[in-house]
Design a protein around this ligand. Sequence first.
Ligand code: ATP
Length: 328
Amino acid sequence: MNEPIKKIAVLTSGGDAPGMNAAIRAVVRACTYYRVDCVGVYRGYQGLIEGDFETLSARHVSNIINKGGTILKSARSEEFKTVEGRAKAYENLKKAGIGALVIIGGDGTFTGGLKFIEEFNFPVVGIPGTIDNDIYGTDNTIGYDTALNTVVEVIDKIRDTASSHNRLFFIEVMGRDAGFIALNSGIGAGAEEILIPEKNLGLDRLVESLDKSREKGKTSSIVVVSEGDKIGKNVFELADYIKEKYPFYDIRVSVLGHMQRGGSPSCYDRVLASRLGVAAVEAILDRTSGVMVGVTNNEVTSVGFNKAIKMNHDINEELLKVAEITSV
Ligand code: ATP
């Protein structure tokens, strides 16, 4: 641990998110700036196990800041969940003379990183890259802002058709365990009702809200539903339930799906990714390990993997109030 670190590896893992490329670019260029070598690992932890490495220079990452996805590819690796798999990964890192690892991903990625540190005392620093924004220790994760903008753009388009035909639209957005995308895109796109996993608003509340909308003369409505909402019905069952109760509604369902992960990253995500890429390399050179770097109140911060994984990034109650007030 006391030898100088001369080579840093970087990988992307779990679900891809727009802005991961900007983070890779920042890691590579920070390495160049601080005169350490940088190695890209393809396909996340699986590439670590298979030794799928490539040395990256500052020029290798030209023209990627604006690109969605990840040039290093991402993967979910079952083998890395085994001690044997992680031992292979460690051997490959040692063989390549790599002294530290930057991991870009979500909760699962950090859980794997923590185990790796505990088993091999190998320095690892994390960067939060996931569209769900469900990680404690940073105000925003890389990709979340872009995903929000994508969702709002699509809901705006759906609203045009909804209002032309007096339709009730149920729009499912990503977020199995976290309602950040639903809540913020719902407010941003002016949804009548927003259903999120953190709050069980119940079917009665939804029905009541639709009744009120009708009484007030609203002729079309948008309901944004997070994948993991707690009513316990999927978006199609929800639509069927309402249709049975209100046969006069012309109900449509739209599941936005993977389009939410794609696209060119927003400026916000590019800047966030650039800051976090630099911060991760600086943390490693400062001999820090087992932390995720983040931005909180516009300051670069860091939090232990343990906390980032275990603690919840709470939904802002004020936003729930704003959603309720602005949908009257
Ligand atoms: P997202 O939030 O986008 O899903 P994530 O990082 O949470 O991203 P996961 O698929 O949960 O995505 O985890 C990514 C990878 O991290 C897994 O494929 C696996 O290789 C590794 N990983 C996850 N959990 C563990 C664990 N308990 N032990 C070791 N490795 C793990």
